[in-house]
Write a protein that binds this ligand. Structure first.
Ligand code: NDP
Length: 265
């Protein structure tokens, strides 16, 4: 027991998180002496003390702490620096290193398709991660949002942005259309049906970040004969990349183990 490593996912709410299931199964399959727990976090204050008091080796961070816990890290690596949000922390001796595997988790779903341009609907935290990873891979990105405030940061960083109500969609063609809004949680469309149908007419792939239930956005995309992808694989891949960082072993072994249980609840 002395060498047992402990990991946790922090968020609020957190009861729904599948991360313990995925990570503990990897530990079990690979014979690693480690456990992964859920932790309901009330505030990001004193997170460092909490992390070290629990003697954690690593953590995942979910809503609403992905931005605020950056301050608790000694160093931020990779695309997390651009996005300004982390979902993974790895302990290196007395240092905490922050990473973002949401972005790479998303990209893993689509890298094999020949995508040249993408429309992101929504301008929240996930939209930012997706916009950066697409841009990093030379995919032209346009962002639309129902209101102005969240677009501001994208504009400052040079992304092409539009208010949804003012977007002249007839002038564009997108290979990939991503619903990065939380509209599907409420079972509503992020744009009017006629606008979406028109955008889908010339598109190839529709991606909705939500997972776990059917959504109107992908239903409509299916009717327009698009390839549809939901957020479940994004969740899986971000966990694979995080586990690879925790254990410092290659993605392939972890991927094999996690994929075995992914669809069993
Ligand atoms: P945020 O709260 O940061 O952003 C929400 C965005 O959705 C904003 O742009 C908001 O617009 C827009 N929005 C909300 N409701 C509507 C609506 N009815 N119509 C149009 N736009 C709307 O959320 P996140 O970016 O963190 O998350 C977005 C979604 O992605 C959630 O469903 C979340 O569950 C999912 N997600 C999935 C992951 C996965 O692994 N599959 C990982 C992370 C997130 P405004 O700026 O005007 O308020």
């Amino acid at each position: 027991m002395a060498n047992l490593r402990l990991y946790a996912v922090f968020g609020n709410p957190i009861a729904h998180s599948k991360s313990p299931l995925l990570h503990n199964y990897v530990f079990y399959k690979l014979g690693i002496d480690a456990r992964y727990i859920r932790y309901h976090l009330e505030t990001s204050d004193n997170f460092r003390d909490l992390f070290f008091n629990l003697n954690l080796s690593g953590a995942n961070i979910t809503l609403p702490f992905k931005e605020s816990l950056i301050e608790s890290c000694d160093e931020i690596r990779g695309i997390a620096k651009e996005i300004n949000a982390i979902n993974t922390i790895v302990r290196e001796d007395s240092k905490l290193i922050g990473y973002n595997t949401d972005a790479t988790g998303f990209y893993q779903n689509i890298f094999k398709f020949n995508i040249k341009n993408a429309l992101i609907i929504g301008a929240g935290g996930s939209a930012k991660a997706i916009a950066y990873i697409l841009k990093e891979n030379n995919i032209k990105v346009s962002i639309i949002n129902r209101s102005e405030p969240n677009l501001k940061d994208f504009r400052i960083r040079g992304f092409e942005c539009h208010l949804s109500s003012e977007f002249k969609y007839q002038d564009y063609q997108f290979d990939l259309v991503v619903n990065a809004t939380s509209s599907s949680i409420n079972n509503v469309l992020p744009l009017s049906p006629s606008m979406l149908e028109s955008i889908f007419r010339d598109s190839k792939i529709a991606f909705d970040l939500m997972y776990g239930k059917e959504c109107k956005f992908l239903e409509l995309a299916k009717k327009s004969n698009l390839r549809v992808i939901d957020g479940s694989k994004m969740l899986l891949y971000q966990a694979i990349f995080a586990s690879s960082l925790f254990l410092n072993i290659n993605n392939e072994k972890i991927s094999k183990a996690m994929s075995e249980i992914y669809n069993t609840d």
